[in-house]
Each structure stands twice: as C-alpha cells, then as structure tokens.
Write a protein that binds this ligand. Structure first.
Ligand code: FES
Ligand SMILES: [Fe+2]
Length: 417
C-alpha cells in the first residue's frame, strides 16, 4: 500500500474500520510493525540453566529462546537448516542438543550445526556454518525481560523502551531479592478480535462500569453475604465511579507506549504485606522501599506486544494470529525473597482477572468480539475523539489519547517502506 493510502486510514479523531478488518493490512502490520519493533520473547528465569529453552513467536515466525553453554541467551529461528522443519514443538524443556525430527540433523544451543546423518552425501565444500538454526538479528535483555527484533537496524532496546523502563524497574525493585522469576505456566486466551482492540482497552476507564456491570454486582453480592476478600475487591474495583477513573493519569510516550498511574491499592493491610515490606526494606532501606511501593503505576504498555502490571507482577504478551484472532498470554512472576503469601496474592489477582474462569475477563472478551463483528461492514469510521480538545496536560483514563498515540506510532511504522 502506498503511504498516501495508509495515511488516509488515520484521521486525528478516528480510524478507518479496515485497520481492524482487512487481512492485507494485517499482513503489512506483521512486516512493518512486528518485524521491526522489539518484541517480548520471554523472561530469563525461564532459561536459567544451559540447555533450557522455550518456544515463542516474533511477527508470526516461530522462535526458540535458549541458554547456551557460555551462559548467554540466544533467540533462534525455530527452523531446521536442512529443509526448514520446525525443530522444537514443546513450549519449554532442556536439551544438550536440538534434533530435527525429520532427517535427524542436530544443532547446538547457539544454533550451530552439530551433525548430519550420512554426511558423506555432501560435497567437501558444503558450508556447514550456513546451515545452522539462524539467530534473530537482534536480541537484548532489560532486567531479565528478553526482547528480540527481526530488524537488523533500529533503536536499541533501552531507547525503544524509553519510559516503559520505569515500569519494568519498579516491578523488579519490588522484589526483596531484587529479581523476578516466572512461576508456573501462562493463561493463554484465544480472542476473536484484532490485536489492536485489546491494546485499546488497556487504559480504558470508561468501559469498566458498563461492561463489567454484572461481575461488579456479583462480587458485591458475594462480599455482602460471605465477607470481603482480595479477589472480590479486585473484581469490584471496576465499579469505581467515573470521577475516580478521571483521577487516573494516562501518559503517552514515543513508539506508541503508554502507562496509567494514580492507582490507590498497591499496598495491603494484611500481615504478609508487613513481612514483605520489612524484607524489601532490608535491601533498599526504609526510604528506598517506601519510594518503590509508593509508585502508583497501574499498568504500562510497550507497543505493540507487551504490557505489565507491576504491583501484582503480571505480564501480558500480545500475539497476533490473524486479522480477527489474537492470543493473549498472561504470566505471573514471583518476587524473589518475598513471603509465599505475596505470590499467592498475585496468583489470586491473575485468577480473578485473567483466568478462563474469571468473571471479569469474559465481559471484556465479549466486548472485543462485538467490536470485531461490528466492524465487518457498515460505516467506515471508528471514533477515537474523546479528550481530543484537551491536548494540554496529562490525559486521564477517560480520554482516548493513548489510542491516538498508538495510531501515530502505527502510521510511522507502516509508512516506512
Ligand atoms: S528438515 Fe530437518 S533434518 Fe531435514
Ligand atoms: Fe475490562
């Protein structure tokens, strides 16, 4: 598509429905956004020992992240150097060598070709180095979070993350041991909506009272009859009045990133929390611990593939599959050195809002699916105008400025051939 045609899809106050529904635009997004940006692959704790691996995808290309013998992390195309078969199909595991199941070629944990069965069939000049599992052009690790890019050139990871680093820093600094680790597997939801519809909901304070009406009422009713609980509180928080949503500050950053601040409940009164605060203070001092815990950051988006929720150590990965189908993975990290109850609290949060049985999640899924269905035809324009006239000062969770910020980044990526 010509740059003019792409520009014609984005207006200051609205976007054309084709950006959510046209498979040709989706294919271009994979090539120009997901194949250029830094895409989150995994956490270093998932490959703690040499030979540990996980599989993931970058711009729809299967990849494998491994810990090599030299201690470094590699991200390779999950593709055999012979005829291209997928080499690894498990989500995670440990192996001294990777063996292709088709003709048995083996590869080392840095992707180098190890052995070819019946190798005498090749000429002496056969270039073994060119037939390994190829590494992705760029891989970088920010405080344990490993990203890769299919683009040879572009901003470094730290520059790309920009203000998003503060969210990752806060998440790591909350751990008394100064590090996080992935605990258990992920919730994996297949959503019948375009990937951008999910991102546009991340700081949308306007939908909560409406979409979550039934789950708010149910959680309040259970709390009234059985007493309050952390999980019920989490669900009922969606019922905060609009004036409280308007008090949440949403900040927009380059590359389409954003975050939301002003969240009140990052601390808790239970005894586990007091023990946790003491453990954190023993590493950071009382003031240091205080400043880490006082950060009111609710969630942060690193466009286009990654979102974190530092106070509850949640991490969301956005994996587009088709124009109308997206996989969202939710991981819950464990803070090293924190009392076990803290992790149970974070898992309870994940269960309340992200699990397949969450009464909150189904509300959102239906809303996303309805947007996708509605955009299959009909009038062309989708409104993102809320708060447009208030360009000065911070936006709030009731403004659609962060969505407009995403489309500014979208257009910059998409226009560049
Ligand atoms: S395709 Fe992998 S060994 Fe032939
Ligand atoms: Fe929601």
């Amino acid at each position: 598509m010509a740059p003019e045609a792409l520009r014609a899809l984005i207006r200051p106050d609205c976007v054309h429905r084709r950006v959510y529904a046209d498979p040709a635009i989706f294919a271009l997004e994979m090539a120009r956004i997901f194949a250029r940006a830094w895409i989150y692959v995994g956490h270093e704790s998932q490959v703690a020992q040499p030979g540990d691996f996980i599989t993931a995808s970058v711009a729809q290309q299967p990849v494998v992240m491994l810990r090599h013998d030299d201690g470094g992390i590699r991200v390779l195309h999950n593709r055999c150097g012979h005829r291209g078969a997928l080499v690894v199909t498990q989500r995670s595991g440990r192996a001294a060598l990777l063996r292709c199941p088709y003709h048995g070629w083996t590869f080392r944990t840095d992707g180098a070709l190890d052995a070819i069965p019946a190798a005498e069939g090749y000429d002496p000049g056969f270039d073994r180095a060119a037939h390994g599992m190829a590494a992705l052009p760029r891989v970088a690790n920010y405080r344990g979070f490993v990203f890769a890019s299919l683009a040879e050139h572009g901003p470094g990871l730290a520059d790309f993350l920009g203000e998003g680093r503060r969210a990752l820093d806060n998440m790591v600094e909350r751990a008394p041991g100064g590090a996080l680790e992935v605990a258990g597997g992920a919730f994996r939801a297949i959503q019948r909506n375009n990937w951008k519809i999910y991102l546009e909901n991340l700081h949308d304070g306007l939908h909560a009272q409406v979409v979550h009406q039934a789950s708010i009422a149910a959680s309040r009713a259970v709390a009234a009859s059985e007493g309050p609980s952390f999980a019920l509180d989490v669900v009922a928080a969606n019922g905060a009045p609009l004036r409280e949503m308007a008090a949440l500050q949403v900040n927009c950053y380059p590359y389409g990133h954003s975050d939301m601040r002003g969240f009140r409940k990052t601390r808790a009164a239970d005894p586990a929390f007091a023990e946790y605060e003491a453990a954190l203070a023993s590493r950071l001092g009382r003031e240091g611990a205080e400043s880490v815990l006082a950060d009111s950051l609710h969630n942060a988006l690193v466009y286009p593939s990654f979102s974190v929720h530092p106070a509850f150590q949640q991490l969301r990965v956005i994996i587009p599959e088709r124009v109308d189908r997206t996989i969202i993975e939710v991981w819950c990290l464990r803070m090293k050195g924190a009392p076990p109850l803290m992790h149970r609290r974070n898992v309870a949060f994940a269960n309340a809002v992200h699990s397949p049985s969450s009464i909150v999640k189904v509300d959102d899924l239906e809303a996303y699916e309805r947007v996708q269905a509605g955009l299959a035809g009909g009038p062309d324009w989708v409104s993102l105008a809320r708060g447009l006239g208030r360009a000065d000062g911070p936006a709030t969770a009731l403004d659609e400025r962060f969505m407009r910020n995403q489309y500014a980044a979208w257009l910059r990526y998409m226009e560049a051939a």
